[in-house]
Design a protein around this ligand. Structure first.
Ligand code: 13P
Ligand code: SF4
Length: 336
């Protein structure tokens, strides 16, 4: 049980946190705010005391995304922005591979992951030994790793990519054939966007693999003028049934630029809440698939982490140097 003693919803805290609540009031009932406000207030105070920043992925819940995060975005934006901070402490409100990426890019800083159990089915689908076997099987074929991999795996590959730059990264290698791991569906999607031959691994995201093309067609039958936007971690029949495919950041841009009247976001459920707060005229249709790993990060675990400066992310130096090179190579590839 985490210690939240002394954190009460006082009139002073209510007044101080009111502007923060305003940002998310469209997606959070007023009755819930008194439970979150004292933690939000204390986290924001401790951040200043510790010279800390919080990086939050688009899948975090609104009280984290709008309440305490300093930098929000997709995996690519979080990796890129992690290089720009002058904070002493980085708290990653995301999953473990994201915290490892932040640590690779900030070896001298303290990087915290509030719950070390926040894993990822993709990252767990492949090991460094698997990559070495692939290299033996396909000698000379360059290897691209999705950032959703461990530092051990990143250390074995030529370059990383995210869903926001995968096609550009594959084409940047100038090779006729590329191994792309571990997400089979992202690899298949990239193969439809480039003439480079793609060799895929059979990893899947446990959240996105549950969507089906039939489900999308059923939603279209139930809701008029539905615009369907899907994440490339979804199976091919889902992507074929979608109007637009893109990373979480590109999905956000799609909604905020085009302001469609009704949208189905085929991705993790909290995304819709976070964008709904900024796109009041759009109605969000939500099949609610939650990522159990992302949801391990809560205001209580973030507060605990800031208080104790634990759990810290550590990466063995011989792995870190090689893994960092793969991430840095990715960061110089410009997305279209
Ligand atoms: P992006 O935010 O990079 O699109 O990735 C989605 C995801 O599943 C991260 O875990
Ligand atoms: Fe991994 Fe999927 Fe969760 Fe993203 S949503 S962290 S890819 S399991």
């Amino acid at each position: 049980m985490r210690d939240t003693t002394g954190l009460a919803y006082t009139p002073a805290i209510a007044a101080a946190t009111q502007p923060i609540y305003e940002r998310m009031k469209r997606v959070m009932p007023a009755v819930e705010w008194p439970f979150h406000a004292p933690l939000v207030h204390e986290i924001n105070r401790l951040k200043r005391e510790r010279n800390a920043v919080i990086l939050a992925h688009n899948y975090q819940t609104p009280e984290i995304f709008h309440g305490v995060a300093d930098i929000v975005g997709d995996s690519l934006a979080l990796a890129a922005r992690a290089t720009e901070t002058d904070a002493d402490v980085i708290v990653v409100a995301g999953v473990h591979f994201m915290a490892e990426t932040a640590k690779l890019l900030n070896p001298a800083k303290t990087v915290l992951i509030p719950d070390t159990g926040a894993g990822c089915s993709l990252a767990e689908s492949i090991t460094a030994a698997d990559v070495r076997l692939l290299r033996e099987r396909y000698p000379g074929v360059p290897v691209v790793a999705y950032v959703n991999t461990s530092a051990d795996v990143k250390a074995e590959v030529d370059i990383c990519c995210t869903s926001g730059n995968a096609v550009e990264v594959v084409e940047s290698l100038g090779a006729p054939r590329v191994i792309m791991l571990p997400d089979e569906y992202l690899a298949k999607y990239v193969a439809t966007q480039t003439s480079v031959e793609i060799i895929a691994w059979k990893g899947h995201c446990e959240v996105h693999e549950r969507f089906t093309g039939d489900e999308i067609r059923e939603f279209r039958g139930r809701f008029d003028e539905l615009i369907v936007i899907a994440h490339p971690e979804c199976p091919p029949d889902v992507l074929e049934a979608a109007d637009f495919v893109g990373s979480t950041a590109r999905m956000v841009d799609f909604v905020t630029d085009r302001r469609p009247p009704r949208v189905l976001m085929v991705t993790e459920c909290s995304m819709s809440d976070n964008i709904a707060a900024a796109a009041p005229e759009t109605e969000f249709v939500r099949p609610c698939n939650l990522c159990p790993h992302m949801k391990k990060i809560t205001l209580a675990t973030i507060l605990d982490s800031l208080r104790t400066l634990e759990p810290r992310v550590t990466i063995a130096p011989e792995v870190a140097d090689r893994a960092r090179r793969s991430v840095e190579r990715m960061l110089v590839v410009k997305p279209r």
